[in-house]
Ligand binder design. Sequence first.
Ligand code: GTP
Ligand code: MG
Length: 157
Amino acid sequence: MKKKRIMILGARESGKTLLANYLNEIDTPPKRTPHMVYGRNTLDVPGSYVESNDMHKHLIAAQQDAYCMLMLCDPTARKRSYPPGFSKVFRIPVLGVITKADLGAEDMEHCRAELRAAGVEEPYYEISVLSGQGMDALTERIKAIWEERFLKKGGCR
Ligand SMILES: Nc1nc2c(ncn2[C@@H]2O[C@H](COP(=O)(O)OP(=O)(O)OP(=O)(O)O)[C@@H](O)[C@H]2O)c(=O)[nH]1
Ligand SMILES: [Mg+2]
């Protein structure tokens, strides 16, 4: 079986590549990502795939390469990224991740509301790759999902 990855969705500039680099243990600064990037552990999806309805079929197809999905929301951006109920079209576990926690955005509630409306179940992970806030909780949850999928059933990677 082909190796499965952590699929990362979010609007442009929401912090997908910085988080992917962290999960891949890569230390290079992120550049704009115009296409899907298969990293060691991640599948970094361009913001345009989420923003355009026409691209959603590609997301649904790409989930076969993933064992879980992170739906990012940037609290410093006001634009909505996900249509209502969006997480429900995927059959892999979806985690809600609120990025850039170190910037102290006054209003994280709009991210919570958006993730909730997209059908993502709580808890939501408030993280900052730069300060390290929330990273342990997120990586532990991802590890638990990986173990559930690949160890308990005795499957292969
Ligand atoms: N302060 C802070 N900045 C962050 C954080 N995560 C990402 N950024 C910054 O936000 C900008 C965008 O980050 P990227 O990781 O490139 O975001 P992206 O979603 O991959 O962007 P695109 O590929 O263009 O869609 C960069 O300048 C990052 O340094 C964070 O946790 N805290
Ligand atoms: Mg990127």
